[in-house]
Design a protein around this ligand. Sequence first.
Ligand code: HEC
Length: 115
Amino acid sequence: MKKVLITLFVCLAVFIGCTNDKDELLNPFNGDCTGVNASFANDVLPIIQANCQGCHGAGSTNGPGALTNYDQIKNAAARIKNAVVSGYMPKDAGPLPAAEIRKIRCWVDSGTPNN
Ligand code: HEC
């Protein structure tokens, strides 16, 4: 009887563990942008203003330099996506919250629209 209970418990633990893993995979990092309407003006720019411009303001020579307007951010989009998804940026404070990473990622993947 004891063995049956232990087996049941182990099965349950494994099952719950897998469900959680799956949830995490389904969350922001699977690249699925369905239903994510990422806007440059409403999402991307405010996130960058709040988290990046301390080091990537006007005249910055850090990495891609200043990230203060659409052209600068569009030109650095692929590098921004990599740096934010990997958590490398914001430097010493990353990663950003998952929802913000998702917005940036989906905005870049949708072709960096000026929307
Ligand atoms: C505390 C200062 C600081 C903050 C905040 C910061 N950065 Fe950086 N960033 C740097 C420095 C310094 C470099 C260049 C040296 C390096 O790559 O570590 C850099 C490099 C980069 C690079 C180039 C990485 C590469 O090698 O391709 C990108 C892209 C970037 N930053 C984007 C961002 C974005 C987007 C944010 C906000 C989410 C951000 N950074 C926030 C300081 C910062």
